[in-house]
Design a protein around this ligand. Structure first.
Ligand code: NAP
Length: 454
């Protein structure tokens, strides 16, 4: 697929883009490196002022940016506008807190003075996915720029106008030229970029193959990399839970972003004899969802971002059925233009079948029945991923076991998994490594320099 805006609701190609030539790419790299040498000298106060301005631009143009996201990747407009607001939040969060996060850290030793100083690394390459086309970029860029790094963005090929809009926002906010640039390049040109000495580190949010490819290139060059990859998060419901609240949240947690979220609840694990009632509630809620034009305010589910994802859903559901799953609701694509797939609930999936361990990146949920806490934890952990987990119980001893024993980057009790600028975000196992957001996120791309003075 080339670099293009293709409306996923209609299949219409609206705009195509030529990838950067090698010469143009070199010019951008040179500009980024020159920008870094000056930008690293700017104060936190200056960077904070620019980032606050970026937040203002985001808020004042949130409908315009929201429409751009919806046009390019199909998320419902109200969710797209909320995403722009969240980007303003992360900008303000780091604009207000970065100086404290990166202040010299005094450590008493037998030196007359010893402390840690945090310094920027240089150019950081960010490889980003289309599913949250603004949020994924801003949650990288806000801390990275506040730390004094400069950013180069290789965004997904289906959201080029979002990528260019983000570059424009940083420029309009007052960041010096070259501090944040978009590279319209193909995925195949990412790994070779890691050989360039001027690029000091990289971050990638996306699939396992893409993450592994970048990590190999970074490893070969001894460069830092942060990976935010896939997941198949469990959503575990115990008998003590408020079933209606759990089911309503389950719907949101699975269907957010037309089902295309890394931290979506993808496997519902229901404990004990509440399973039938919970399943019934999910079925009713799935059936009530309104599919359609994502630009309309009453649409709950829009199209999948690309025809390839639609094909993945068809193929995965067919494989699930072949491996023993029962389709309780949905299960098929919607005929006609656009990449629409019905909200789908699968049950009776044998837990030892490969499909039980796969990620469905669309509006398809799997529901499993288990008899007790031990079985729930074992099933929750029985996947290669470890991104997030949501568990619903009011029993403190069950809560503690879940916090301790679930293998994931986060455990949310009586809440859906969500990202929040104040809290670290990331995964374990094949969901990746490193953290974004909070103080942990800004520390990923700094040199933690030890100073000793006798
Ligand atoms: P993807 O194909 O990996 O694309 C993500 C980005 O990587 C795009 O910019 C893509 O560029 C680029 N890319 C693809 N192959 C590459 C390669 N070999 N080397 C370097 N860059 C490469 O991911 P996707 O399928 O669009 O996104 C879905 C996956 O991302 C899911 O598994 C989801 O769970 C995960 N995800 C994780 C998080 C998280 O925070 N953990 C957040 C969102 C999504 P092109 O578009 O040009 O191919």
């Amino acid at each position: 697929m080339g670099i293009a805006t293709i409306n996923p609701a209609t299949g219409e190609t609206l705009k195509t883009f030529e990838p950067l030539t090698d010469t143009a790419l070199e010019t951008k790299l040179t500009q980024a490196q020159q920008a870094f040498l000056k930008f690293r000298q700017t104060s936190f106060a200056e960077r904070s002022q620019w980032l606050h301005k970026a937040a203002e631009i985001l808020e004042s143009r949130k409908t315009e940016f929201g429409k751009l996201m919806t046009l390019e990747m199909g998320k419902p407009l109200k969710a797209a506008i909320a995403e722009v607001e969240k980007c303003a939040w992360v900008c303000r969060f780091y604009a207000d807190n970065a100086a404290d996060f990166l202040a010299d850290e005094v450590i008493q030793t037998d030196a007359s003075r010893s402390f840690v100083r945090h310094q920027p690394l240089g150019i950081v390459l960010a490889v980003m996915p289309w599913n949250f086309p603004f949020w994924q970029v801003f949650r990288f860029a806000a801390p990275a720029l506040m730390a004094g790094n400069v950013g180069l963005l290789k965004h997904a090929s289906n959201v080029p106008q979002c990528a260019l809009a983000i570059e424009e926002i940083f420029a309009l906010a007052g960041f010096p030229a070259g501090v944040f640039q978009t590279l319209l390049i193909e995925a195949s040109r990412v790994a070779p970029l890691m050989d360039d000495d001027r690029i000091k580190a990289a971050t990638l949010t996306g699939s396992e193959p893409a993450g592994a490819s970048l990590a190999v290139a970074a490893g070969k060059n001894i460069k830092k990399v942060v990976l935010e990859l896939g997941g198949s998060d469990p959503f575990i419901v115990f008998p003590s839970a408020d079933l209606e609240t759990a089911a309503t949240t389950a719907l949101t947690a699975r269907m957010l972003n037309n089902g295309q979220s890394c931290i979506a609840a993808k496997r519902f694990i229901v404990v004990g004899d509440i399973a039938d009632a919970f399943e019934q509630k999910l079925v009713e809620k799935f059936k009530a969802l309104k599919l359609g034009d994502p630009m309309q305010p009453d649409t709950d589910i829009g199209p999948l971002a690309t025809p390839a994802i639609l094909n993945d859903m068809k193929e995965q559901v067919a494989r699930a059925v072949a491996q023993g799953a029962k389709v309780v609701v949905g299960g098929a694509a919607i005929a006609g233009a656009g990449n629409f797939f019905q909200p789908t609930l699968l049950t009776n999936i044998p837990i030892d079948q490969p499909i039980a361990k796969e990620e469905f990146f669309g509006p398809v949920a799997m529901l499993f029945r288990v008899s007790n806490l031990e079985a729930a934890i074992a099933l929750a952990n029985n996947i290669p991923f470890g991104l997030g987990a949501s568990a619903w119980t009011t029993d403190p001893s069950e809560q503690n076991r879940l916090m301790d024993e679930i293998e994931a980057g986060s455990v949310f009790i009586n809440s859906m998994v969500k990202s929040d600028p104040r809290l670290p975000f990331g995964g374990t196992k094949r969901s990746g490594f490193g953290r974004e957001l909070s103080r942990h996120g800004i520390l990923e791309f700094v040199n933690i320099k030890t100073i000793w003075v006798n």
